[in-house]
Design a protein around this ligand. Structure first.
Ligand code: SER
Length: 587
């Protein structure tokens, strides 16, 4: 059966809707309220809190098609089955059905031609968990597979790969995975060893994973059974498409057709074409969800994807900006599933053009510099390529590998750290200058600045770092690393935290300590001093409420109650790429 991507999504959702599942929309690629993850990497991710709490407002049976970005496999992109962006088809049971129904439905959807995908059962293989001291051998799933129609000799016991966790802290459990034979001639029965080899050689491909979430992990260890049993399944749309459209790789399926053709104009190398197509597709979706290129976090991953795609282009007389021409091929194929991309197409192209123009200025010189390096790449050279020519370190490492030379990553990290400390010292200088005469109002704003820094970290995440500050008698101004505009909700949340701390009249205390101790205590601030030097750390709050802890020269108020008035954000804007600026008052 040849089904288009559109039909596959519809069939999947319809199948589960008919079986009592509520259909959830795809959430953003940038997780809300979850500073621990840069991207949405699985359909289950936005559902984890509901699984832990044991209920979801839309019921116990849920299904979705979720857009995902995973960069852990970035080096594999270019083979038959890996991509940095993919869509995950998933169905969930929150304390409702368990192994028997999940397995029966997986089998039915895959093999039934009327309601499902009509796949050939003779090309299907499944794996189950072999067990360890935390979770037993999953013989139950074997029985349910046999009942569904899979012969016992097509069921293989595997270890670690068949135990899935939603992070180091979260729900987890044994999983059972379904594989499909991609070869023309058909592999037939396979011994466990032959099956593992066929998997390694990409002759069979994993198309679906059913996780039976009955445990909870804490710091990477299973600590308890969840009060109820849950199911979390995930099937990669791109891989299903390859199978259903009878293609040898995901790059020949309908979502990639136009993109690969366009990538063909940018490079002659087939693997490079796949990388360009994949990276521009991911970049299009990421920018569509509000990510902008920057040097930190999600913005850095986006920058890496775009610059890597540009470096992979080999066509002569090409301007780097031409990679933005591929955006249209992405928006077109996703027009009905993700209409927001079409709406934002112009903006997405512009962001890519701007980034390409920035990179183009230094790209050729950087490549020349790289060619001139004799022997291996030192930490200093790698840092020069990064800081002066804009080469992401991972990209330099890859270029080194292509040339058969090594790169001193540790040396690079050291250079980077030194550089960051220098620039922090510079902004600290500004900070002090900004303090002016230390008048009464300025001192209040100075303490308020510490509270703002702490509140932003709580609301936006740990990536927030002070990039500059300026205080007058009328207001404070604070620059910090973050690449997106703050939503009204985020601003209100920040204001509320600060006003609560003010109302609580928390004590502000100061102590002298060493840089090392300050760091160990989690103090924020400028670590400019040498090893062993004394620094002062200001803490706001004590006991249960430590609102902020920061290395700083002062002066500060004695208690937060002295910050008379209400803290209000008056303006929030971009200061430079990846840096936001807030102006705020006490009024
Ligand atoms: N969460 C599991 C996975 O990512 C199943 O959805 O494979």
């Amino acid at each position: 059966m040849t089904l288009t991507s559109e039909e596959i999504r519809k069939r999947f959702l319809h199948f589960f809707e008919k079986r009592g599942h509520a259909i959830l929309p795809s959430v953003s690629l940038v997780p809300e309220n979850d500073p621990s993850a840069l991207f949405t990497t699985a359909g289950v991710q936005p559902l984890v809190p509901y699984i832990l709490q044991g209920s979801h407002p839309q019921g116990r049976r849920l299904a979705s098609v979720q857009k995902c970005v995973r960069t852990t496999d970035i080096d594999e992109v270019g083979d038959k089955t890996h991509a940095t962006f993919f869509e995950m088809l998933g169905n969930w049971s929150i304390g409702d059905y368990f192994k028997e129904d999940a397995i029966a439905w997986s089998y039915e959807l895959l093999t039934n031609a009327d309601e499902g995908f009509g796949l050939d059962p003779k090309r299907l293989y499944v794996t189950v968990y072999e067990g360890d001291d935390e979770s037993p051998r999953d013989t139950e799933s074997v029985e349910f597979w046999k009942k569904a129609g899979v012969p016992e000799d097509r069921i293989y016991f595997l270890g670690e790969s068949n135990f899935w966790s939603a992070g180091e802290n979260g729900p987890c459990g044994p999983s059972t995975e379904m594989f499909y034979d991609l070869t023309q001639e058909g592999l037939g029965d396979l011994t466990p060893e032959e099956f593992k080899k066929a998997d390694n050689d990409q002759q069979v491909v994993e198309i679906w994973n059913d996780v039976f979430m009955e445990y909870r992990k804490e710091n990477g260890r299973v600590v308890e059974k969840l009060p109820q049993k849950n199911v979390d399944t995930g099937s990669g749309l791109e891989r299903l498409m390859a199978v259903l459209q009878n293609k040898e790789s995901i790059f020949e399926t309908d979502v990639f057709r136009d993109l690969m053709q366009a990538a063909g104009d940018l490079s002659q190398d087939p693997r490079a074409q796949r990388i360009i197509a994949d990276h521009i597709r991911s970049a299009t979706f990421l920018i569509g969800d509000g990510v902008l290129p920057s040097n930190t976090d999600a913005g850095y991953i986006l920058r890496r994807l775009l610059r890597r795609a540009i470096v992979k282009t080999t066509a002569k007389n090409l301007s780097a900006e031409e990679v933005s021409d591929l955006v249209g091929a992405v928006t077109k194929v996703y027009k009905s599933s993700y209409p927001e991309l079409t709406e934002k197409q112009g903006n997405i192209e512009q962001v890519i053009k701007d980034e390409a123009a920035k990179f183009e200025k230094t790209l050729q010189q950087g490549l020349k510099k790289l060619e001139k390096i004799e022997g291996d790449i030192s930490g200093q050279d790698a840092f020069l390529l990064f800081a002066t020519y804009g080469f992401p370190i991972e990209m330099t490492a890859e270029l080194a590998q292509e040339r058969g030379i090594s790169i001193d990553r540790e040396g690079f990290e050291k250079e980077l750290l030194e550089h960051q400390e220098k620039s922090r010292t510079a902004s600290a200088g500004k900070f002090r200058g900004g303090l002016g005469g230390g008048g009464e109002m300025e001192v209040k704003y100075h303490t308020a600045t510490h509270l703002l820094n702490a509140a932003l970290q709580r609301v936006l995440g740990e990536h927030v770092q002070q990039k500059g500050s300026n205080i007058t008698e009328e207001r404070l101004r604070f620059d910090f690393s973050h690449s997106e505009k703050l939503t009204d909700e985020q601003k209100q949340h920040v204001e509320k935290l600060i006003n609560t701390w003010i109302q609580e009249d928390l004590p502000v205390t100061c102590k002298e300590t060493t840089v090392e101790e300050a760091k160990a205590e989690g103090a924020q601030g400028v670590f400019e001093s040498k090893y062993g030097d004394k620094v002062t750390v200001y803490s706001v709050g004590d006991g249960e409420t430590v609102a902020s802890k920061e290395i700083c020269g002062g002066p500060h108020v004695n208690r937060t109650g002295e910050l008379t008035g209400t803290f209000r954000i008056k303006k929030e804007e971009s200061a430079s790429a990846g840096v936001r600026r807030i102006k705020a008052v006490l009024e």
